[in-house]
Design a protein around this ligand. Sequence first.
Ligand code: SF4
Length: 218
Amino acid sequence: MGLVPVSIDSVLRELECLYDPPRSFLDWQTPLDLAVATLLSAQCTDVRTNIVTKELFHRCRIAEDYVTMPRSELERIIHSCGTFRVKAKHIQELCAFLLECHGGQVPQTMQELTALPGIGRKTAAIILYAAFGKNEGVAVDTHVMRLARRLGLTAETNPDRIAGDLERQVPRAQWGRLNTLFISHGRAVCTARKPACHRCIFARTCPSSSILDTQKSV
Ligand code: SF4
């Protein structure tokens, strides 16, 4: 008998039983903190980002603080997050733009957020969900991409197309939650290098499961 296609509803139900993730794995107190932390977390682990923002958020509480800080000092603080020159530039441009156009506040719509320097659709979706409780898009990071592809929920490789596929399959109210549940499972079980299929809840239904390969070969 062939494999029954994995339903995303059942995937989310199973993951809800296993995990209760926060709205964001990054440490933050204000929407501006979250926007800065999300920029810093690109190509960097959340653990490292949270270490760096501990000092950064102590020094910078409002957009003016980032703009007036010497670029070299900002680069020193965020150095270990990688691509620090580009990130420092983006953070200062972002804060200057916020001061000029939004009174120093982080806007609350996808359109306004993606118009900000350094903020793409994924980052905007994360900020809107975590800071404002709005489901404006599925944020597709490396974990979401890997899990969605392995489970056969998408055949796409482009993050925006994967987001589109997932958004068509899941009610809007679950878009933000999907991101954090998939990240939880991607970190704990379905890791990039060595997915632990033998202890995965989807071992018998996932089309990429190594358990099924083993069964086929005996
Ligand atoms: S069965 Fe394996 S490949 Fe499929 S989701 Fe689980 S860990 Fe990932």
